[in-house]
Design a protein around this ligand. Structure first.
Ligand SMILES: Cc1cc2nc3c(=O)[nH]c(=O)nc-3n(C[C@H](O)[C@H](O)[C@H](O)COP(=O)(O)OP(=O)(O)OC[C@H]3O[C@@H](n4cnc5c(N)ncnc54)[C@H](O)[C@@H]3O)c2cc1C
Ligand SMILES: *[C@@H]1O[C@H](CO)[C@@H](O)[C@H](O)[C@H]1NC(C)=O
Ligand SMILES: *[C@@H]1O[C@H](CO)[C@@H](O)[C@H](O)[C@H]1NC(C)=O
Ligand SMILES: *[C@@H]1O[C@H](CO)[C@@H](O)[C@H](O)[C@H]1NC(C)=O
Ligand SMILES: *[C@@H]1O[C@H](CO)[C@@H](O)[C@H](O)[C@H]1NC(C)=O
Ligand SMILES: *[C@@H]1O[C@H](CO)[C@@H](O)[C@H](O)[C@H]1NC(C)=O
Ligand SMILES: *[C@@H]1O[C@H](CO)[C@@H](O)[C@H](O)[C@H]1NC(C)=O
Length: 555
């Protein structure tokens, strides 16, 4: 079947390869999950610290990996949160950094971003130190995020936004002393006094909600008796002080933030004031900047037309991204994760599909890392330098910049994670042909990679759960190792089939389909047939070079 198709696929390959050769080195424009219209700035290695260090307001930064399903699923929630936080923009800016971009490796390592999405808060004029890399928000639940951001903002002493003061007033305060701090009625016309009993956050929350009303400053009373300083009864809960130091008591319908906001804003509107408008809610497109250029369109159509194959280009992309992004992002290899690095490099050294100079690179990296003894350590920076140094001395190893079998027909689909699966299957199949490693060693290396280095939080959680449930460490033969990974992958496919990370052109089916391998299917899987099928499909001699810029460069 595959044989009869080969001439056709090859013919298509030759003409596309010729065009690819000229264009693959051009960087593919990365799409972005967020845009300015969402009240989200896209920052990178060049801009993040300028923003954090120089900002007179706080910063709320989401670190993502564009390939991570959770980041994609979280995007619409984050957009809603961010649109709401626009109302607090006098105190807070919202930004995103994509740690899956090679240019951001160093900055994401400096900030020790392990799994994504990671949400962090920063004070005005933040300065990073080894200990200070931001406050972890540590939840993805919108109301919990809101509460943590509010609490964080209320702990900051603002110097440039003088009318914002979360501190409770003191017994020494009166109308004239409060007015001194708020520019004597040139911009701030009212001071709102609000009683916040112990355990309540109503004063803090009212201050935040009234940020849209720049003509008021909110001050909190922890002691209700202090209303007397303003000529108000000590049973008061909410009042305004105007520029003439007159006290105006307000009677909200209940003790709830929104009722207090309604009460104040009703008064202000009657006095002729208006709030600043909230963010215009013409929702930004969910994804900006995704172009399918000519080469990508050619790849998509070729891949869809031909019999499914395993493409060398994807394996190369996976190794490229591992060496240049996922591994150097680690701050320190030591102990367990050093062992994981050594095991991974050992497997890659033995079974990678790279050409002569690629194999040399993997050998040298393996030897270097392997020479560090069990108690030694290696920084991510030093690892990155090793990769760069060896690459400089060798013929260019990674020339391709495109996925082929893992090509995506839309933004944030397939790509890196698809290429990782492909590489892992390839490694289990190649390992079964050799006796260099004990059975199970490839799965152990994959497990170590996922546990210590994979920047996709939900993937890690699920995979480690699966490894335990399916007893990964009890796999006793090379064939079982191939089948273990096949079954595990099918379990993932089943769980996430049809969700927003599925590419409609490449649906997540149980693999191999009947069409691909009829004999693999009986009433249940025919495991022997599946094994034979996988051994054929993922064998290095069956890899297609289609889509690589220099197919002749491989030996
Ligand atoms: C270890 C790991 C764990 C992951 N966990 C999650 C998760 O928990 N949640 C989540 O949303 N995403 C997870 N992902 C990502 C997800 O599995 C897919 O990689 C991603 O959605 C892209 O899917 P895809 O359609 O390109 O095909 P992929 O599932 O990535 O598969 C790549 C290719 O492998 C082949 N293939 C498919 N199934 C099999 C099989 N059973 N055996 C052999 N070959 C097969 C097909 O040719 C397919 O195109 C994980 C990825 C990895 C590497
Ligand atoms: C802060 O901004 C000033 C100019 O606005 C710039 O010169 C300076 O380098 C910035 N600081 C940092 C840490 O980037
Ligand atoms: C950011 O990354 C780009 C691309 O790798 C690089 O040219 C630039 O020097 C980096 N900037 C900083 C501040 O590290
Ligand atoms: C964006 O995605 C969300 C959730 O997936 C969806 O409800 C919404 O309609 C999308 N918006 C646009 C403009 O496509
Ligand atoms: C399907 O399975 C049954 C029972 O194990 C077996 O007898 C039969 O030969 C199988 N058919 C094929 C086509 O493998
Ligand atoms: C390549 O794939 C074909 C079709 O699946 C298979 O018949 C052949 O044995 C495979 N080659 C190798 C070397 O495994
Ligand atoms: C592969 O190796 C050859 C010679 O060893 C080299 O010229 C070529 O650039 C290498 N890389 C690629 C991607 O072909």
């Amino acid at each position: 079947m595959i044989h009869s198709l080969r001439p056709l696929v090859l013919a298509a390959c030759l003409c596309v390869c010729a065009r690819l050769a000229t264009a693959t080195t051009a960087a593919v424009m990365e799409p972005s999950l967020y845009s300015r219209e969402d009240n989200v700035q896209i920052l990178n290695n060049d801009t993040l610290e300028i923003e954090l260090y120089n900002s007179s307001s706080c910063s709320f930064v989401q670190f993502i990996n564009y390939f991570c399903g959770d980041c994609r699923r979280f995007a619409s929630t984050f957009k809603r949160i961010s649109a709401r936080l626009y109302d607090w923009r006098r105190l807070l800016t919202v930004s995103v950094v994509d740690c899956a971009q090679e240019r951001n490796v160093q900055i994401c390592r400096d900030y020790n971003i392990r799994q994504t999405p990671t949400l962090r808060l920063y004070p005005p004029h933040f300065q990073r130190t080894a200990q200070q890399i931001g406050y972890d928000v540590d939840t993805l639940e919108p109301s919990a995020i809101n509460a943590k951001v509010a609490e964080y903002l209320s702990q900051i002493k603002y110097t440039t936004v003088e009318q914002v003061n979360f501190a409770a007033i003191t017994a020494a305060d009166s109308a004239p002393t409060l007015h001194k701090y708020v520019d004597d009625c040139r911009a701030v016309f009212y001071i709102v006094l609000v009683y916040q009993p112990a355990e309540s956050t109503i004063g803090r929350d009212l201050l935040l909600e009234l940020l849209r009303w720049p003509m008021v400053a909110v001050r909190r009373l922890a002691d209700q008796q202090l209303f007397a300083n303003f000529g108000l009864p000590s049973s008061s809960k909410l009042a305004l002080i105007d520029c003439m130091d007159n006290a105006i008591p307000l009677q909200p319908v209940e003790d709830a933030t929104l009722a207090y906001v309604a009460s104040v804003s009703k008064y202000l509107q009657a006095a002729g004031f208006d709030a600043v408008a909230p963010l215009a809610t013409t929702p930004a497109p969910n994804v900006t900047k995704f172009y399918v250029d000519e080469e990508q369109a050619a790849i998509i159509s070729t891949v869809l037309q031909g019999q499914p194959k395993v493409y060398r280009a994807d394996l190369e992309q996976a190794i490229d991204k591992l060496l240049h992004i996922e591994l150097p992002k680690v701050q320190l290899f030591k102990g367990e994760n050093m062992r994981a690095l050594q095991q991974l490099l050992n497997v890659l050294r033995l079974f990678n599909p790279l050409n002569a100079s690629g194999k040399q690179l993997m050998d040298r990296l393996h030897d270097f890392v392997g020479s560090i003894d069990a108690s030694g350590e290696l920084s991510g920076v030093a690892f990155q330098l090793q990769v760069e140094n060896h690459e400089r001395k060798l013929a260019k190893v990674f020339k391709a910049k495109r996925y082929v079998g893992c090509v995506a027909s839309g933004p944030f689909l397939r790509g890196f994670t698809c290429s990782l699966w492909t590489l892992f299957h390839h490694l289990t199949v190649e390992s079964a042909k050799s006796t260099s490693l004990p059975p199970g060693a490839v799965l152990t290396a994959i497990h170590g990679f996922v546990k210590h280095f994979f920047g996709c939080g939900d993937c890690v959680q699920h995979f480690l759960g699966m490894a335990e449930r399916r007893k990964l460490f009890e796999v006793r033969s090379a064939d079982e190792q191939i089948l273990w990974l096949w079954e595990a992958h099918n379990e993932v496919n089943q769980r996430i089939a049809g969700d927003s990370t599925e590419d409609p052109k490449f649906p997540k089916l149980q693999y191999p389909s009947e069409q691909l391998c009829n004999s693999c299917h009986n009433t249940t899987w025919n495991r022997l047939e599946v094994l034979a099928f996988l051994k054929g499909a993922y064998d290095r001699r069956n890899l297609s070079s289609y889509g690589l810029p220099t197919p002749m460069g491989y030996d």
